[in-house]
Design a protein around this ligand. Sequence first.
Ligand code: GLU
Length: 257
Amino acid sequence: MKRITVKVGSAVLTRQGGTLDVTRLSAIVDQIAILHKNGYEVILVSSGAVASGRGELHLGNTQELDTVGQRQLFSAVGQAKLINRYYDFFSEHHLHVGQVLTQKSDFDSPEHLRNMQTCMNVMLENGVIPVVNENDTVSVAELMFTDNDELSGLIARMMKVDTLIILSNIDGLYDGDPKAPGTNLIHKVLPGNQIEQYIQTEKTVVGRGGMQSKCTTALEVASSGIDVYIARGTRENVLTDLILSEARIPHTHFVRR
Ligand code: GLU
């Protein structure tokens, strides 16, 4: 049995107007279901709570709410919507999902860490797919993960997975500005390779992470013995092509130490 963590970012799961892209979400679920049927244990780390809550509420004037309040409001509504969608789409494949909401301090306490491990192990043993997100309603400011890239790395290491796949809105790490002519995708990052000079600091408007945090997570996780792939979540069959077939789709592979 191979164990995988898949991280899907807000930029992959939302449409341009900020609403949840249910077609994309359903396509990702279909691929995870195929992996599951092929004997893989999958832990899904999914963003999109804040973005889908914002899209759902259509609040014209949110100025009275400070940014913490907005994030709490949107995530409270959006997480419910998000997990409902996952629940329904996985049910079509006769698969069950369970929600795991976590915050940074859970990883500092050995007791909380053990509780999370036990929870997710018992889910996996019973064929249930854990859908993990930060508990955005209660984690604020310094108690927050940098973003879900960091969370996915912590989950991957805690659950001793074989592979972490970070699905982004871009094919992987480029050796310069991806939009500039002559820039190339870096296919492999080997332990010890210097990549800092290639990392672009630009971020999408919907997600908190960016290539910087993806690469930081990828390097840390790879150095702890787990293969990490960054690939484009909007590419058709990205997960099944990466894991099951030899199809050479664009990606960046951070080779494990
Ligand atoms: N936890 C946030 C959400 O579900 C996403 C954080 C991030 O963008 O990494 O909306």
